[in-house]
Design a protein around this ligand. Structure first.
Ligand SMILES: Nc1nc2c(ncn2[C@@H]2O[C@H](COP(=O)(O)OP(=O)(O)OP(=O)(O)O)[C@@H](O)[C@H]2O)c(=O)[nH]1
Ligand SMILES: [Mg+2]
Length: 394
């Protein structure tokens, strides 16, 4: 069987090349990000069936770049090849299933297409579509999907759990997502309820020039002392000294989710005698892939909630909602701008889902054609399989 390789700047462009060369029923075998875009391996349906039927291979189109599977050299190689074959089988099964689905239930295909165009991942779009009763048309089905999403999101019911009950909270997350600004917004809310004497602010950002200063200025405005700690020992001492406070907010140093120091930092927050609750800041302007990496890197032994930041800048919220649902994170707040303390609201599932669905109207550029759906779903199956195996498929 001839496997053909296609490279495009985007997944859409690469899929276009596949369809152009191999026709609408091309079988996608793998899909991964490469340096200059996306690479898809595919074969034509005819070639696949010729192999299944044991018929001789058809002559390949010489214009197509071919690739051959390497002979395995060791048992480790063999495992890799077996994994690849399993992934290919998964992709083919998904693609065949979706080809049938498209014909049997055009409404479901229509719903799936709309959810994909809003920016939800193929995995979530498929789960939602599967659960929608077959008799619903596209509009009714989408209303049902909206309802299901709202029902599945776990949100902080009211602020009392945080502000009335108090405790120690650390805001964590990658660089520049809004940890310090959100800490200041939360601090202001706490001071408004309980007065400045009940709150303490700690920053673990002790080595970057000016970083401590940013929180100190907010602390000064609110009349709250800011303590700077360098390591776990200093954090323990500070927490012990401040144990009479009703609430302690810890602003942490920002680092890339790919930085190895993240794990050390999470361990430092997890190692304290009094438990520190961790709230992850997720910027709604990041892609699904980045947000997934962020959750995986910062999750540690578990998160106590998340805060969606920069909602005012995001074109759509489907990315961040997809990741929040995938990792079953509890939504606490939404940050909607730079103003301290105004631009912070309690998370509202209906509002968030409505914003994600609003994107539908302006998403025609990202809408897939009916005939592209099986290939899109197969590509997702490959990606999921690879991520389950711990590989980065893109
Ligand atoms: N538009 C918008 N900007 C925000 C929001 N939250 C924070 N910012 C801005 O984003 C920038 C970075 O915010 P910080 O609070 O310093 O982010 P950080 O996570 O503490 O950054 P590091 O400490 O460098 O990791 C600042 O210019 C903030 O004003 C938000 O909800 N919307
Ligand atoms: Mg900061």
């Amino acid at each position: 069987m001839k496997i053909h390789r296609f490279n495009g700047a985007t997944a859409r462009e690469a899929l276009g090349l596949v369809r152009e060369a191999l026709g609408p029923d091309a079988m996608i075998m793998s899909n991964r990000n490469v340096d200059d875009g996306v690479e898809i391996l595919a074969c034509s349906e005819q070639e696949l069936f010729s192999v299944i039927d044991g018929a001789p291979e058809t002559a390949a189109d010489p214009r197509l770049a071919d690739t051959k599977l390497a002979e395995p050299q060791s048992s480790e190689d063999l495992n890799v090849v077996m994994d690849e074959i399993r992934a290919m089988r998964g992709a083919l099964e998904t693609q065949l299933a979706w080809s049938g689905q498209r014909q049997r239930s055009p409404n479901k295909a229509g719903i799936l297409k709309e959810l994909l165009s809003m920016g939800f991942s193929a995995t979530l779009a498929r789960q939602l579509t599967d659960d929608i009763p077959a008799e619903l048309d596209v509009e009714q089905g989408l209303a049902k999907a909206k309802e299901m999403l709202i029902g599945e999101l776990s949100v902080l019911g009211n602020e009392d759990e945080l502000l009335k009950d108090g405790g120690i909270y650390a805001l964590i997350g990658p660089t520049g997502v809004g940890k310090t600004t959100t800490t200041a917004k939360l601090a202001a809310r706490c001071v408004m309820r309980h007065g400045p004497g009940k709150l303490a602010l700690i920053t673990t950002d002790s080595y970057r020039i000016g970083a401590h200063e940013q929180l100190r200025i907010y602390g000064q405005i609110l009349g709250v002392m800011v303590h700077s700690v360098k390591n776990e020992q200093a954090l323990q001492v500070a927490l012990e000294d401040l144990k009479s406070k009703h609430m302690i907010l810890i602003d942490t140093v920002g680092m890339s989710q790919r930085d190895q120091m993240v794990a050390e930092h999470i361990a430092m927050l997890s190692g304290t005698k009094v438990p520190v609750k961790r709230l992850l800041c997720l910027s709604s302007t990041s892609t699904i892939e980045t947000l997934n990496e962020v959750v995986q890197a910062y999750r540690g032994s578990g998160l106590d909630g998340c805060i969606i930041t920069k909602m005012d800048e995001a074109a759509t919220l489907s990315n961040v909602l997809d990741v929040v649902l995938r990792h079953k994170l509890r939504l606490c707040y939404m940050a909607t701008g730079q103003r301290v303390p105004e631009d912070l609201q309690l998370a509202d599932a209906s509002l968030l889902v409505a914003r994600a669905f609003q994107h539908r109207k302006s998403a025609s550029a990202t809408r897939y054609k009916d005939s592209e759906l099986p290939a899109v779903m197969a590509a997702e199956a490959v990606r999921t399989e690879a991520s389950n195996r711990g590989h980065h498929a893109g």
